[in-house]
Structure formats: structure tokens, C-alpha cells
Design a protein around this ligand. Sequence first.
Ligand SMILES: NC(=O)C1=CN([C@@H]2O[C@H](COP(=O)(O)OP(=O)(O)OC[C@H]3O[C@@H](n4cnc5c(N)ncnc54)[C@H](OP(=O)(O)O)[C@@H]3O)[C@@H](O)[C@H]2O)C=CC1
Ligand SMILES: CC(=O)C(=O)O
Ligand SMILES: [Mg+2]
Length: 764
Amino acid sequence: MSESNVKYTEAEALEFHARGRPGKLEIVATKPMATQRDLSLAYSPGVAVPVRAIAEDPGTAYDFTAKGNLVAVISNGTAILGLGNLGALASKPVMEGKAVLFKRFADVDSIDIEVNTQDCQRFIECVELLEPSFGGINLEDIAAPDCFVIEQTLKERMNIPVFHDDQHGTAIITAAGLINACALTGREFKDIKVVVNGAGAAAIACTELIKAMGVRGDNVTMCDRKGVIHKGRTDLDQWKSAHAIDTPARDLADACVGADVFLGLSAAGALKPEMVKTMADQPIIFAMANPDPEIRPEEAHAVRPDAILATGRSDYPNQVNNVLGFPFIFRGALDVRATAINDEMKIAAAEALAELAREPVPEEVAAAYGGKVHSFGRDYIIPAPFDPRLMEIVASAVAEAAMRTGVAQKPVADIEAYRHQLRSRLNPTVAVMTLAYEGARANPKRVLFAEGEEPNVLRAAIAFKEGGYGTPVLVGRDEVYDQLKELGVDNPQEYEVLNSRNSPLVGRAVEHIYQKHQRHGLLRREIERMVNQDRNYFAAAMLSLGEADAMITGTTRPFSQSLRQVRTVIDDAPETTPFGVNVIVGRGHTVLIADTAVTERPTAEQYAAIAMRSSAFARRMGLEPRVAFISYTTFGNPPGVHIEELRGAVKLLDGFHTDFEYEGEMAPDVALNYEMQQRFYPFSRLSGPANILVMPGLQSASVSTKLLKELGGESVLGPYMLGLELPVQIAPMTASASDLVMLAVLAGGDAHARQKREKGRVQV
Ligand SMILES: NC(=O)C1=CN([C@@H]2O[C@H](COP(=O)(O)OP(=O)(O)OC[C@H]3O[C@@H](n4cnc5c(N)ncnc54)[C@H](OP(=O)(O)O)[C@@H]3O)[C@@H](O)[C@H]2O)C=CC1
Ligand SMILES: CC(=O)C(=O)O
Ligand SMILES: [Mg+2]
């Protein structure tokens, strides 16, 4: 039975939007603006050169400006999701959201524009004048019937793609989901009886598309607020009357009797369980109103367990939402410089989506569904938005359809090469982080928050729990309950708090550590004191004893102290010592740096172990590992000291059967620059720029990582601890609550992977 798996409070939604720089977007320059020369080129006088070139040949605007990859998301706020006409300004969070989805899913740059008029003609005039700025126009949340006039007129007047997402984006995804739901329930598309609730932008476009795809007109009953749209009604505009039928049904309840399909594009709660009861066998219910569907899946399943359910939301299975369409449709259209998005391109997108859902589910998508979804089926009729294949499959289908139909001004010559380029366009780490969060929701773990009295840690624990990522186990005194209350938790008793002074588990913790250290100079009473006074010892013992799956600490004491305490209780993993990895997520690249946390000057054996474990971690991040052992010298030039251990590590790895590339010693500018490697060091065994930099010692690793964070404008994640026997993450003392949530999510993911491996071993 479907159930929403994401919980958040209204305060959290507001805090999310207000945090840091308010809103969800910022503009980033693509060229350096550091020197006088940069300014002269970017602005006056250098900028005059492309100005003249564009004036002479307008097509070169695509070569010299951001136009070709820039889409405007434009609304007047007259139909914001299913919330109604709340005006242009109130629509801004949704439009910013669409803009970031463009970027996240398809690397399309996008900016939101809210136009403050409800006058159709003024709106049209405003948008058409924007043509020079953009490669495409995505109209959003504009109510019917104005949206039909606006889109049609703009398409006629503008020579770039104009696409009303709520109409066509929704229709494409709905059609894809419906094709598959019909196939699963043994229905022929042409025979289905459909009720469409809503007669606005989305409903009319969906109805038109499914009719164009074979559904019979008299088998579709459309309803608006006043009930069934039948031929006897005299209050219908031209768009509604095109779908009026002869029928005795007068309201939604009448229309639902015997219907195979319900398409809800109306408002929250419009479909009642009593109506669902009267539908045909195995009813197909797409309750797509946002943010709250026409019926919640659990309510529908309660009366009809045989129903296939889809909603517009990401927190239930089967998300039928235009986010699956618009990023990839525009990607394909922009890449061939299409002048329009025509019906063939829309149908190509719908078919590509429907087919993709029938392909075997890739491991990372299955993992995000908790390993429960292995193939096409009732809870997986449509791909999930974070499926990494969407970019390649949908965008290339759209580009090909544009070329076939003659609207591509710049056809791609080699479609295979184009597909490859689409595949590599998204940074895999970003996708992997998304999947890590989804994976945590699917496989929630018990994570010990050792510093359970710290406000930041408590905030993280609340977000961890509310996000559905797992169960936080807070180590702290009973006052923690009051602190939770102060932080807005209604029912603090739902949280598990372990008090290291009076928990019945203290005895077991002491005994566990005593067994480990009785012959290494520690007395039982000393251990009792350690466990009582220091929560890291207690938490680590709880983890060792299986009372939780993972542990997180680090915000109240220096890293080295936390690590020493944890290592008193938890062993190092075989053949390694613990070390830290930072992940640098830049624009279009991800680089790992190690060891940023533990060993001042590693031995050759330690360097080799760091390379091996970092490579395995890189694979978890979606990267094909290429390790460089970093030095200030490159293959002995200039001659230097402290390189013997690095060379020793390379030699050691040569003797192992490694499954990753490694090379060294080399300077970072060589390691990260493949052209330089090929030019000056053609014997180098790396097949591309290095993406794991094993640094020559803790000092350089830590210093360079912190410099990148402070000066480089890169996103720096971690350090992540690797090389301990159990999943423990030690946060930096400066960690924010969201850093802690990320570490807890990764620690939980690590625990899940270990448990799966263990299970595999037992089964063998
Ligand atoms: N999942 C997805 O991808 C998408 C979902 N949607 C959702 O679809 C809904 C409509 O959006 P959109 O078409 O853009 O908006 P419009 O304003 O263009 O249309 C709204 C339509 O819904 C009808 N309606 C409202 N309440 C009811 C009700 N209780 N019973 C029957 N009909 C009702 C209105 O009827 P009347 O004509 O009588 O006023 C109108 O026809 C929203 O909830 C939106 O979130 C939209 C786009 C994409
Ligand atoms: C998803 C969307 O575009 C809407 O609900 O309006
Ligand atoms: Mg919308």
C-alpha cells in the first residue's frame, strides 16, 4: 500500500527557502573577471566585437552569448499548482523551483520571470519582446482559457520554442504513464473509458493528446467545478465545448461509475473513496493535482486494493509530473536549435518515457526504491525523475524528432556522439548524492548522534527523522526532550534518547570496552568513568554492540580527539588505517582528496591502502577512479624529497590486481590536466584527468582542501571517514546541521551496504 515517505513541517519549508541566500537561484559568471584584461574583454571595449558580429549575423548570438542554453520560466501566477490564482509574486518560489530543476536534471540554464498582469494581450506583448534573450520559453502556471490564447499567439509570433508546460509537459507524462498502466491491466488504449476531472490547461491538453493517440472521444467524460461537461451545457467556452459529450452523467460520482481511468487535474480531495469504489476492475487513478492530490493513494487503496495509483508528488511511487518532461524536452530542442516544440517531438518524448519504464531498472534507481522495485510494474509505471538515463533517452528522442520534422536549425551529425555527450553532461556525484538521500529513505537506519545535547546536532537529528532518512538515537541527558520541544518538536517522546549516566546499557558498554582493553592497561573503573563522562566511548560501544547501525560525532571536540576515542572502541578495517576523504564538487567535475584527516606522513603501504579504499568510495560516488599520487615534482622533475613513499605505493599497487588506474608522482596541474599528461608524459597510465588526488601527507591535503573551500567557490563535502571497521563519521567542528544530515545519510548508506555484503556472505 502506498504511503507518503517524506515529512517536513511548514517551518522547515520556510527555513529551507530562507536559509543562506534567500531563494533557490543565483547567477554565476562563466568567465574569469579577475584582471583589467578580463574586464576589457568581457565588457567595454572588447564586448563591442561580438556585438557587431551579432548585428551582422544574428545566428552568432548562439556562439557568443548564453542564449542557446537559456530558458525563461514565465508565469503570471493565475494557476499556481493547484493553489489557484495567487498572483505573479506568489508564483516566484514555484518558478525558481522549475528553473533549478532545469539545471539539476538537464543542465539547462534557466531564469524565472513573473509578469504582473492578468491581461492576456499585455502578457503576450511582454513575453514576445524577450525573444532576443532566450533560447526557449517555458510558460508555467497560467490558467485556462488565457493560457491557450497566450501560447498559440506566442508560438505564431516567436521563432524560438514556446511550450506551456502545464499543458504539454503534463500531457506527455500522462500519456506515457497511461500507455504503461493500460499494458499492465490488459487494456487496449482505444477502448478505455476515461474520466477527466478538471477542464483547464493540463486537463484539456491531456485529453487532446490521449484522443490523438486513439482514445475515443465519446469515451472521455470531462468535469469542471460545475460537474460533467455535456452537450446540454450552455456555459462552455470553445475549449471546453470541444470535449462536451452526450451523457446522462451530471457529476463526478456519476461519471466514475464503470470508468477505467481517472485523470485528476483539478484540486485536492476532489475524488472521494465512494466514487473510486464504483470504478471498473483494476482502476487506473492518476490524481495529479499539486501539492495535494485529488485522493491520497492510501485512501484509494483502502477501498480498491486493485487500483494502480499515480500522483504528481515525489513522495509516493509513480510520480506523474511534468518534471519528467520539460528539462529533457528543452535539452533536446536547444541542442538542435529547434524553432518550435511540435507534436512529433512531444509524442517522441512520451514514447521514450513509456519505453524507458519497461527497461530493467538500473541498480541505483532500484536502490532508491529500497530495492523493492526491480522491474516495470504497478508501482513503477513511469521512470523516476532522478533516473540518470532520462537525459540521454528523452533528449535524444526529442532532438531526433525535431530533425525529422525540419524544425532543427542545427541538426546533430552524429547521434551516437550526441547521446554520449548527454550522458557525460551531468555530474554523476550530484546524482549520486540525490540517490544517497533517496536510498536512505528506502533503507532507513538507526544512527547514533553522540553529541545529542548540541542544538546543531538536534536540528540535524530532527531533519534526519522528519526527512525519513532513519531513526536518530540521541546520546544525552533527559533534558534533551525539553530541548527538542524548544526546537518545535510536538512529541519529543518519539525520539530515542540514551543517557550515558543511567541507561541500562551502560553496563554492557563498560564490559565491552573492558574485554577489549583489560590487558592493555585499562582498569574497569577507568572505563566506567570514560563511558559515563564521554559520550563518544558510550556511543561507539553501542554501535559495536549492534544497538545502532552507524554513528556520528565530532562537533564538540577536535577531530583527532574524537577519532582517538572512537578507535579505543572500534577497530580499524583490515589492512588499513582510518583516513579522511573530501569530495570537491565543481562545475562539471568531481575530485576526491585524501587523506585530509588522519595521518601526518603515510607510509607506502598506507598510501596504497588510501588509494584502494578511495577508489571504492569513488565508485560509490558514480566515478570511474583515476588516482594520482600528488607531489610538487612530476616523475622526478624537479628532484625532491619525501617522494620515496609515493613511489613505493605505486610499486605496491603494481604488485596487486587493482581494478583502477593510478599514477605518480605528479604535480596537481599535471594530474588534473590530461592534455599536459599526453603532451609531456605520454607514458602516464591515466586515461583522463585524475579524479582522486592522494596528497603527500596530511598537511598538504588538509591545507589545499580548506583553501579550495574558502577561496575556490567549489562545493567541498566531507571529510568522510574511511578505514574503520564500523560506519562512523566524524564531522568537522564547524559542521552545519545540513552537513551533519549528509554525513548521517552517508553513514546509514555505508551501514546498509555492509549489511547487504554480510547477508551475501551468510547466504554463500
Ligand atoms: N502532475 C503534474 O505534472 C501537473 C499537475 N497539475 C495540476 O492540475 C491542476 C490544474 O492545473 P491547471 O490546469 O494548470 O490549472 P487551470 O486553472 O488551468 O485549471 C484548473 C481546472 O480545474 C478545475 N477544478 C478546480 N477544482 C475542481 C474541482 N473540485 N472539481 C472539478 N474541477 C475542478 C477548474 O474548473 P473550472 O473550469 O470550472 O474553473 C479548471 O478547469 C492543479 O492542481 C495542478 O497542480 C498541472 C500541471 C502539471
Ligand atoms: C507540476 C506542475 O507544473 C503543476 O502542478 O502546476
Ligand atoms: Mg505548473
